[in-house]
Design a protein around this ligand. Structure first.
Ligand code: GSH
Length: 213
């Protein structure tokens, strides 16, 4: 039986794949490993009882692997790596935390209403650190020629960054950060990314209530 996975439905469109980067990360892993799966779209504003029964914290993604429901993308991705070792998506430990502060600094900058609060600089510092990693290592991905878990975690987050900052702040990754820009292009061009990405309008709809509460 195919693996089952509950992921977020789009805000305002419960039949369409939504904007959860942790859900997309899990789907990307399944796609890269070519594991067949069945999706359940969860409207997180109106969670069905069966979903709350399997996910008491009410969070997506949740995956049914070997008849057991498992929460949290870190855990799901870890189990998938063990159960389906080929192709390996293991990131060498020394690269595993590259870019790990980008999503939180992006979120703070996106929601900021004070242009002098340092939130843009905090994000730029993180993007510059990524630039410097990419510049000093062979690419196109963080661990080299092959895509690995760290890229699949970062890809949806960088997509949210591009779409939401472009929309709400007319902001884009500076042109000087050429390696980051090329890295984003390489991620977004993956077949697995194309197949699992959220339409831009739903990324915007997902962030809108957080940007303008
Ligand atoms: N650490 C979790 C985060 C999951 C998470 O925050 N999911 C959000 C959507 S992106 C969610 O389910 N929100 C619904 C809610 O909190 O009610 C993971 O990696 O899976």
């Amino acid at each position: 039986m195919a693996l089952e996975i509950c992921v977020k439905a789009a805000v305002g469109a419960p039949d369409v794949l939504g904007d959860c980067p942790f859900s997309q990360r899990s789907l990307l892993t399944l796609e890269e490993k070519k594991v067949p799966y069945k999706i359940h779209l969860i409207n997180v504003s109106d969670k069905p009882k069966w979903f709350l029964d399997i996910s008491p914290a009410g969070k997506v993604p949740v995956a049914k692997i070997d008849d057991k429901w498992v929460s949290d993308s870190d855990i799901i991705v870890g189990i998938l790596e063990e159960k389906y070792p080929e192709p390996s998506l293991k990131t060498p430990p020394e690269f595993a935390s590259v870019g790990s502060n980008i999503f939180s600094t992006f979120g703070t900058f996106l929601k900021s209403k004070d242009s002098n609060d340092g939130s843009e600089k905090a994000l730029l510092d993180e993007l510059e650190a990524l630039e410097s990693h990419l510049k000093s290592h062979d690419g196109p991905f963080i661990a080299g020629e092959k895509v690995s878990a760290v890229d699949l975690s970062l890809a949806p987050k960088l997509y949210h960054l591009k779409v939401a900052l472009g929309h709400f702040k007319s902001w884009s990754v500076p042109e000087t950060l050429t390696h980051v820009r090329d890295y984003m292009k390489a991620l977004f061009a993956l077949d697995s990314f194309e197949k699992t990405k959220t339409e831009e309008k739903y990324v915007i709809a997902g962030w809108a209530p957080k940007v303008n509460p």
